[in-house]
Design a protein around this ligand. Structure first.
Ligand code: SF4
Length: 336
């Protein structure tokens, strides 16, 4: 259905505009019940998942946003996404009982010894979940009949290897749910081999930026070359379409750098997740963020699609984590 009709659906252009803006004004009474996000750059902020025409977008709640979501029909749960008095899309609000819809996406350690400048987790210094607490979160999603995948991530409480061991210790108790498991951690020696042997389906090791200078400024204590090395190793173990990497857009990198970076990752068999920078209030002043606008998001997603096609990579086949969710990014083959 197109946007001229009575029930317009979210297009790639509208999703890009929403991602560029990042927020929506919504009456909290329309929100399904769920836990606040504790993962990554959006940690701790209240957000909403709007689904329309098979596309999903995650927006933070902000009463001064130019976009608003209002109820259309109580019985069906339909809502309208509006701007300047016009309805731009009709859709639904999706429940996200554990970070995102249809998955239990759990952060094991909500604290981190590193200080990557775009990430609020080191500033929050939250809790470290026990295995029992993790299973309780997963059980809640399972009992609602919404568990299609389990995704695990973690800040670094004491050491990188400590987090890999924490995940490995947990994995046997996830088998009973019989859903694919995805893991996103900072990689360590032979971690892909060990995670695969323990039943993990997909991994995401984040490069964050493919501009070495920006990487150094943002994540000075970590090594981009090491992450790239481990990504390549992971493709050999998990196979094509099963290894992903977040690449933040809006840290000062050029489009040319993004294109070269996407080409390099794709040539290794890794699917990049082009993630619009999301400046968190806890990081105000720590780094110069340049949230990409609608046109840049569309241009980079089209470029990525072209490159992924060349290497036979398909983000729409992902079974876990961000490429299954798609809420934060314009995803080739799903959105565009
Ligand atoms: S795309 Fe990833 S970070 Fe964003 S809401 Fe979904 S799972 Fe979370």
């Amino acid at each position: 259905m197109d946007n001229e009709s009575m029930s317009p659906e979210m297009t790639a252009e509208l999703k890009a505009l929403l991602l560029a803006t990042g927020s929506v004004n919504i009456d909290p009474s329309l929100l399904p019940k769920g836990r606040a996000s504790t993962a990554g750059p959006g940690a701790g902020m209240r957000s909403v998942f709007f689904n329309s025409g098979g596309k999903r977008v995650k927006l933070s709640m902000n009463s001064s946003s130019p976009f608003s979501i209002v109820e259309a029909e109580r019985e069906s749960g339909r809502v309208l996404l509006r701007k300047d008095g016009k309805t731009l899309a009709v859709g639904t609000i999706e429940p996200a009982p554990a970070h995102c819809p249809k998955q239990a996406f759990v952060t094991l350690s909500e604290k981190c010894i590193f200080d990557c400048k775009y990430c609020p987790v080191p500033k929050m210094q939250g809790q470290v979940k026990t295995d029992a607490e993790v299973l309780q979160v997963i059980d809640e999603v399972y009992e609602r009949g919404e568990l299609q995948a389990i995704s695990i991530t973690s800040g670094i409480e004491e050491s990188m290897e400590g987090e890999v061991l924490r995940v490995l210790r947990l994995l046997p108790s996830l088998k009973k749910y019989d859903v694919p498991v995805g893991v996103s951690v900072y990689p360590t020696e032979k971690c892909s081999e060990r995670l695969k042997a323990a039943g993990v389906s997909e991994v995401k090791y984040n490069v964050e930026s493919m501009d070495p200078e920006i990487f150094k400024l943002a994540c000075g204590e970590l090594s981009l070359d090491y992450v790239l090395d481990k990504l390549e190793e992971a493709v050999g173990i998990f196979g094509k379409n099963r290894v992903f990497s977040n690449f933040i857009i809006g840290l000062g990198e050029s489009d040319e750098c993004v294109e070269k970076g996407v080409e390099k990752l794709a040539s290794m068999g890794v699917i990049p997740v082009l993630r619009p920078a999301n400046p968190h209030p806890l990081r105000a002043g720590d780094f110069t963020f340049n949230r990409p606008d609608q046109q840049r998001l569309l241009k980079l997603a089209s470029m990525e699609k072209h490159i992924l096609l060349k290497y036979g990579l398909r983000p729409d086949l992902a079974r876990t984590m961000c490429l299954k969710c798609t809420g934060c990014d314009l995803v080739p083959f799903v959105d565009i």
